[in-house]
Design a protein. Sequence first.
Length: 328
Amino acid sequence: MSKPNEQHDPAPVVWLLTDNKPGHRNQLKGLGNRLRVIAGASLYWVDADEVKVPLWRALLAMAPNLGQTLPRPDLIVAAGTGTHRLLLSLRRLRKVKTLILMRPGFPLGWVNAAIIPAHDNVAASSRVLLTDGVINTVTPLARVTDKPEALMLIGGPSPHFDWDSDVLLGQVNHLIGQYPTWRWTISGSRRTPAELLGRLQELAGPKITVVDPAETHQDWLNHQLAASRAIWVTPDSMSMVCEAVTSGVPTGLFQFTPRAGSRVADGVNRLVENGRVARWSDHATVMGGETMHHDALWEADRAARWVIARNLLPVPKKAKTGKGRKGA
């Protein structure tokens, strides 16, 4: 019980500015969750689509009226170009720090800090943290299951790789044929062509479950990652690849030809070169449960600790500062 005169540090307040694109929202949620666990932060979502900010307000850093329902922030975090005007309009609020989770389309000096994937080719500095891939909400597993269960995450056509549904189906069938005693869960995504989803559905059987992405719940992926001993991902989605790798489950990539000049393709290749994810040719390694790295890739946690170390967020004296793990 508190003593009558005992002072408690208020919880730091973080505003998360979102354009509601799933990948951007996922990054904000991943960082926000770790700031909540480590620093006791209170998180407040702000939908940038609902706040119309004229360009002149953004350039002059004149904050719009957001009403009286939001507490004053200590840190404002934004992801997505649709949030830029709102973030810039708020950047001169007194005693408020600003952070962008991407390479912005404005001078970096206009915000206090930025967290940017290394493949975006921005130089690291005291104000710029480079991440290996993109931040996500997945927590590394304390232990990978011994059960022979594998997960396939299927994306779709993108500007980053030459997509070929026939080639993909050939690789899917090869894995299933090579490992007939395993249980397989196959999930498409919002970008998976309907024709391909239909062909995948034809594979369903006693040991093969094909999941309609429209019918998955918010925590479905985290639950599925925890139940898997191997993961196969199409490389078109950096978010999907990073979620699989962050889980700590051995992960391999279906083989597609990268397009020249794609930063996403470069980022995926960086993960391959660093031994975080395996090429298609190394499928025996993935299915054998081998990984080249024993340390977890947990960029949300690393980013949160960097934010705190850079004094971008005040931390209550009793807040956690030790390394967090699953269940933290």
